[in-house]
Design a protein around this ligand. Structure first.
Ligand SMILES: Cc1cc2nc3c(=O)[nH]c(=O)nc-3n(C[C@H](O)[C@H](O)[C@H](O)COP(=O)(O)OP(=O)(O)OC[C@H]3O[C@@H](n4cnc5c(N)ncnc54)[C@H](O)[C@@H]3O)c2cc1C
Length: 427
């Protein structure tokens, strides 16, 4: 589409966001190059979870390393006989999976390689936007021109501009993989949220709540992660580590071998949607695509990359289109009004949860997971329409106990402005 020397699109970053959009653009027969600070084949640092039905719908279940059908949460306080605990579980009745990270990476790399994507190693440091092309200069002085630049450099993007008025709510977690003297969860089980708090003193229960995310990895190995929902300021790693140890001690659990320790991961949950009228497009963490309620991104990348790539390819058919016009077409496809309205609602919900105390949170989640299965699933995967999402939220409000309703009704901080954003999506 452009001269032989310069590509249609230069993607910055080779994390899940960068690879997903580079692969989708390749499928549109665009000439794509990728510049990344790391090697594209470097192993990714996190574990990527996803609901089974999401990968089934995409025909990608072969990319999972683990899949559980015994999926539960605990929202009681835990003050019951251990033998009765199974009766206290909220059964989700849905499969949950963990991606095989290497396979997921290979899936996108293969699509890129089939389309002869060109790879560059280096750190983008400055950009110059001309009428029909943009030029990236790396810290080493290399210059790369393209019709469109996509910044997929993660949560602190290098070129994407957003309003920076909100304190960022950050989800933090401390995780371990290891073997234990007793199974910390049932054999073959996945625990989405264990909010039992009987291991905490009354004083500790007044502090920001944390929950356990846990799974049987097979062969006597378990993954346990003490997690705090989005909070500003975030909980420290030390607090999470000590909470996990308290939890284990209380249940008579000892680590007999520690295979892996995830040292303090931080995930911003309520990033603002960037300005949609800028000449550089974002994708992945840089474009605020992480789900504010769950912190998940990969399902959204897989669903939204082909739509965004199609819009870019269409805009590029017009040879006269400039960077701003092409980028704006990409932003409009990535963040249509419907998704922006839903994002405002999700962020409104997150604001509420950040204020909830431990008992309120446990009651909130009990009500949330009492919604019909398709409603809570659609909420967590961002696959409901605005109408369906509002219906789910209203149903939950009606069915919730008074302490949750009261918390939901109080309007504090940015909540009113988020509701206004829902009614009249900006940017
Ligand atoms: C603890 C944690 C757990 C998570 N769990 C899940 C989960 O279970 N499921 C899920 O779906 N999501 C999960 N996520 C969210 C999400 O999937 C990841 O954060 C994901 O890595 C974000 O992808 P990204 O490509 O946008 O950014 P990154 O993975 O951060 O990639 C950024 C890329 O940009 C490159 N780069 C940076 N600066 C430059 C530069 N100046 N020039 C060139 N290249 C540059 C980097 O080298 C890298 O290649 C989790 C996140 C965290 C933090």
């Amino acid at each position: 589409m452009t001269s032989k020397a310069s590509p249609d699109v230069l993607v910055l970053g080779a994390g899940p966001g960068g690879l997903a959009i580079a692969a989708a653009l390749s499928e549109e027969n665009l000439k794509v190059e990728v510049l990344s600070a790391n090697d594209r084949r470097d192993p990714w640092p996190y574990t990527y979870g996803i609901w089974g039905e999401e990968v089934d719908d995409l025909g990608l279940d072969h990319l999972l390393e683990h899949r559980w059908c015994n999926t539960v949460s605990y929202f009681g306080d835990g003050s019951i006989e251990p033998k009765d605990i199974a009766n206290q579980a909220t059964k989700h009745g849905r499969d949950y999976g963990l991606f095989d990270k290497k396979k997921l990476q290979q899936h996108w790399l293969k699509q890129c390689d089939n389309a002869h994507v060109l790879w560059h190693r280096g750190c983008a440091s400055s950009i110059s936007i001309e009428q029909k092309t943009s030029t990236i200069t790396t810290t080493e002085g290399q210059k790369i021109k393209a019709r469109l630049i996509i910044d997929a450099t993660g949560y602190e993007p290098i070129f994407i501009k957003s309003e920076k008025s909100r304190p960022v709510a950050v989800q933090t977690c401390y995780g371990i993989v290891g073997r234990f003297n007793l199974p910390p969860v049932e054999e073959g089980q996945f625990v989405l949220m264990d909010y039992r708090c009987d291991h905490l003193s009354l004083k500790e229960r007044k502090e920001p709540p944390t929950f356990l995310y846990a799974m049987d990895m097979g062969d006597g190995r378990f993954f346990l992660e003490e997690t705090s929902l989005g909070l500003a300021p975030p909980l420290t790693l030390e607090t999470l580590k000590s909470r996990l140890n308290q939890r284990l001690n209380h249940r008579g659990l000892e680590i007999t071998s520690l295979e892996y320790e995830e040292l303090g991961l931080f995930l911003p949950m309520n990033k603002q949607i960037p300005y949609l009228n800028q000449p550089v497009l974002g994708f992945g963490g840089s474009a605020a695509m992480v789900h504010p309620a769950s912190g998940y991104l990969v399902g959204g990348l897989l669903r939204r990359a082909p739509i965004t790539a199609k819009a870019i390819a269409k805009a590029m058919h017009n040879k006269e289109a400039n960077s701003l016009q092409i980028s704006s077409a990409g932003w409009a496809a990535l963040w249509p009004a419907e998704l922006r309205r839903k994002q405002a609602l999700y962020q409104f919900g997150l604001e509420k949860l950040m204020r909830f105390e431990e008992q309120q949170l446990r009651d909130f989640f009990t009500s949330f997971f009492s919604l019909p299965n398709s409603q809570w699933y659609g909420f967590l995967t961002n696959t409901l329409s605005v109408r369906e999402l509002v219906k789910a939220m209203v149903t939950m409000f009606i069915n919730a106990p008074w302490n949750v309703r009261w918390g939901l009704m109080q309007m504090e901080g940015r909540e009113l402005s988020l509701l206004w954003e829902f009614l009249k999506p900006i940017r």
